[in-house]
Design a protein around this ligand. Structure first.
Ligand code: DGI
Ligand code: FE
Ligand code: FE
Length: 192
């Protein structure tokens, strides 16, 4: 699908602020894809649609999670997590995107998962560091992303887990699984 067409579709689903964020994620994902040898068109498409379901009503998301047999432990956690798997489903159903790699990059853009593909990592990190993001620690992840996508991802996960813990929020298990898998497979091995 052409960029212009994809943007026109997603714009209708988002607020202006979230659309600007999406443009930032798109540019960043393309840059990271080029740097790390990932398919740029897939990165572009996944980035454009990554927050497609962000503004769907809670009840609609809940119903989709139940009906489509998505992991229903999601329902016990922050509803902020829901728009990722629900987005993958709706982008397939409503937009007609069938590429499983692209759909998975959307599906796992919030929690991550163990053994992420390079495309999934690109979208996750781009979402975290796009130019519109301003929060403590983002600059460090931007710097890491210039040379090492895995280290950037690990740092983003650490920040997210710490941020949630500071707010006394539960951590979704996949977020930990992602962190653990990344640290265990780290180049140079784990420190003991
Ligand atoms: O949709 P975005 O705002 O662009 O970013 P995102 O899809 O990464 O969503 C971030 C939100 O998801 C943020 O409010 C924190 C929340 N979140 C991410 N990981 C977890 C989580 N919430 C819980 N409870 N547990 C997690 O592991
Ligand atoms: Fe998101
Ligand atoms: Fe996002």
């Amino acid at each position: 699908m052409e960029r212009h067409k994809a943007l026109e579709i997603v714009k209708k689903q988002l607020t202006e602020h979230r659309y600007q964020h999406t443009l930032g994620v798109m540019e960043t994902a393309i840059e990271l894809a080029r740097k790390y040898g990932v398919d740029e068109k897939k990165a572009e498409l996944a980035a454009i649609f990554h927050d497609y379901a962000k503004f769907r009503p809670k009840e609609e998301m809940k119903q989709i999670i139940l009906e489509q047999n998505m992991p229903n432990d999601l329902l016990s956690y922050n509803m902020e997590l829901w728009h990722a798997p629900v987005g993958a489903y709706l982008v397939q159903r409503e937009v007609g995107i069938q590429d499983e790699e692209v759909l998975n990059a959307i599906r796992y853009h919030t929690s991550g998962r163990a053994n992420m593909t390079a495309l999934e990592k690109v979208v996750y990190v781009a979402d975290y560091i796009e130019p519109g993001r301003i929060f403590p620690g983002v600059e460090e992840v931007r710097e890491l992303a210039r040379h090492d996508l895995d280290e950037a991802l690990i740092q983003a996960l650490k920040n997210t887990i710490q941020f949630l813990m500071k707010k006394n929020q539960p951590i979704y298990p996949d977020t930990f699984y992602t962190y653990n898998a990344m640290v265990m497979n780290r180049k140079g091995g784990i420190e003991t």
